[in-house]
Write a protein that binds this ligand. Structure first.
Ligand SMILES: [Mg+2]
Length: 215
C-alpha cells in the first residue's frame, strides 16, 4: 500500500498561507513586515524555536475571520498548477492522502476539502478567536505548533505500507530523516530550496512527475 504525505504551503499552493494572511490583514504596515522578517530569520538561524516563532508571529498578527475569508479566496486562485490538473488523482486516492502542514485548519480545510480529501486526513494548527471574531492565539497543545510536529503526526498515524513524503521544506524531509517515511520528494514546481536537494530521493518538478515516479 502506498501512502502520500503532502505539504500545503509552497507545495499544494504556490505561496505561504500565513504570509498571505499577514499581507491581507495588514496591507500597509511596513513595521509589521519588518518584524515578521526578523522573526523568520531568527527562526532560521536557530535563535527561536518553531513554537516561539509561531507565537511571536501570531502575537503581532491583527486579523479576524473576514481576513481569513479573503485569504482563502486569494489562495483559491493560487493553487499549484499541476495540483489543479490532478484533481482526479486526489479523488481516487483520497483515503491514502494526508495533508500535513504547520499552517492553519481555518485556511487549509476549505481548499483541501474541495479536492475530496477527508477531514480526518488533514493535519494542521488551529486558531483561537475572541467574541469579536479576532484571532487571539492558537492551540499550543497541537504537535504541529512545535518543533518536529510533522514527525510526531506521522509517527502516531502508524501507517502500514510505503510512505511517500512530498514537500518543499526541511520539516517535510525530517519525517524521512527520523525514519517515519520511505521516500522524500523535494517539490520544486514553486520554489527550489537548494540546501535540501542533497537530502531528496527525487527532485519533483510537478505533480505529474511525482505520479510517474510513484506508480
Ligand atoms: Mg511547504
Amino acid at each position: 500500500m502506498n501512502y502520500f504525505i503532502i505539504d500545503f504551503d509552497s507545495t499544494f499552493i504556490k505561496t505561504e498561507s500565513l504570509d498571505e494572511l499577514f499581507r491581507i490583514s495588514n496591507p500597509t504596515d511596513k513595521d509589521l513586515h519588518e518584524k515578521i522578517n526578523k522573526i523568520t530569520s531568527d527562526g532560521m538561524e536557530g535563535k527561536l524555536s518553531f513554537s516561539q516563532s509561531l507565537s511571536n508571529r501570531i502575537g503581532i498578527l491583527n486579523a479576524n475571520k473576514d481576513d481569513i475569508k479573503k485569504t482563502i479566496n486569494e489562495i483559491r486562485d493560487n493553487i499549484t498548477d499541476s495540483f489543479k490538473s490532478n484533481k482526479d488523482f486526489f479523488k481516487k486516492n483520497k483515503e491514502y492522502i494526508f495533508i500535513v502542514s504547520s499552517g492553519f485548519h481555518e485556511i487549509i480545510d476549505p481548499i483541501v476539502l474541495n479536492y475530496h480529501i477527508p477531514k480526518k486526513n488533514i493535519y494542521a494548527n488551529n486558531f483561537f478567536f475572541d467574541e469579536n471574531r479576532k484571532i487571539i492565539g492558537f492551540d499550543k497543545k497541537n504537535p504541529l505548533s512545535k518543533t518536529k510536529g510533522k514527525v510526531e503526526i506521522i509517527k502516531n498515524l502508524k501507517l502500514n505500507g510505503t510512505i511517500h513524503v512530498l514537500g518543499d521544506g526541511y520539516t517535510d524531509f525530517e519525517i524521512k530523516k527520523d525514519g517515519y517515511a520511505d521516500y522524500f520528494y523535494l517539490f520544486i514546481e514553486n520554489i527550489k530550496r537548494e540546501s535540501l536537494t542533497k537530502n531528496a530521493d527525487f527532485l519533483v518538478k510537478s505533480f505529474d512527475h511525482f505520479k510517474n515516479i510513484v506508480k
